[in-house]
Write a protein that binds this ligand. Sequence first.
Ligand code: NAD
Ligand code: UD1
Length: 335
Amino acid sequence: MAILVTGGAGYIGSHTCIELLNRGYDVLAVDNFVNSKPEAVRRVGEICQKPLPFVELDIRNREGLQRLFCEHKIEAVIHFAGLKAVGESVSMPLEYYENNLIGTLTLCEVMRAAGCKKMVFSSSATVYGLHNPVPFTEEMPTSATNPYGYTKVMIEQILRDLCVADPEWSAVLLRYFNPIGAHESGKLGETPAGIPNNIFPYLSQVAVGKLPKLYVYGDDYDTPDGTGVRDYIHVCDLAEGHVAALDYCENHTGAQAINLGTGHGTSVLELRAAFEKAAGVPIPMEVTGRRPGDIATAYADTELARKLLGFTAKRNIEQMCTDGWNFIRQNPNGI
Ligand code: NAD
Ligand code: UD1
């Protein structure tokens, strides 16, 4: 029985495939490479010393998906495939709704027809919106401020409705906080196309000399040093969280939202200092205005993940920076 991983060539998907392969799962990954490269699939195989079974496929391709479910006995799906850039989603809302919603609906329909009713879904801490107090707990009201965030809120609702309509379904809605870092081998990590929007790939590119300086988006927030505070989690911890969620999914029915974070907040200045220490290079910076839509502080309540999944993140900020630096140094131009 195989685990289907959609978006398996992407940043989090590829690290999760490594974790699954290393634990002996029968894995089948698909991706259309809209935001990743075949080289990532090859490197997963190199790291695990066995090839990652892979099919190039767009999950909106119903016939292609049906064929996959006919040819393989798939018991559960870990669903990463989606577009994820907040700014781009504002300028291309139709593409984001089409890809993320139609992709997920098509996948669920094909799963249902094949009798496969277990899904671990990549949601996001973005569903906590602008007004909840920290730490964020899973029962807080959800909302969004941009099309990307709305796709997460909507897909969570679709999966909850599906689990109500058919009690055989099981869906774990994993709300990731801020995944950063890279595989310890330095062979896999995040390689955004163009100038990065998120802080960690941006910092990495400044450290490696590809960008001149970090722009700090505001130092007048109500936080200890005035800069934004986030709950950064190592991508390999996140990958382990997915395996725990898969186990949970196999033994429970219904829809369950679960935070994946460390429960610990780190400011922009603290993250920069940790990266400078790990890399041994200075990271020039300039404080600029706030980024619209940003909140001061976000971190997870991690109690439910501990209770339901037995999951606690193990790696600290130093490890995240060391692994991220090791990756960018070896791959300054991406994978
Ligand atoms: P990523 O872009 O690296 O991976 C997503 C993968 O999905 C890519 O390889 C892309 O090519 C593929 N894909 C997109 N649309 C597809 C389609 N229609 N058919 C087949 N493949 C398709 O992103 P990631 O950081 O690995 O994120 C994975 C998931 O986690 C996404 O759903 C994202 O929204 C969610 N998430 C990410 C973060 C983060 O900070 N990285 C935070 C919260 C949630
Ligand atoms: C981003 C996404 C959010 C997603 C989350 C987790 C945006 C607007 N939001 O939020 O939807 O759920 O990632 O992946 O992209 N910062 C700088 N300079 C930079 C970049 C960021 O100072 O060049 C600051 C930000 O103001 C913030 C912190 O660094 O305080 C982290 O930013 P980022 O990495 O973009 O993550 P989020 O803001 O949490």
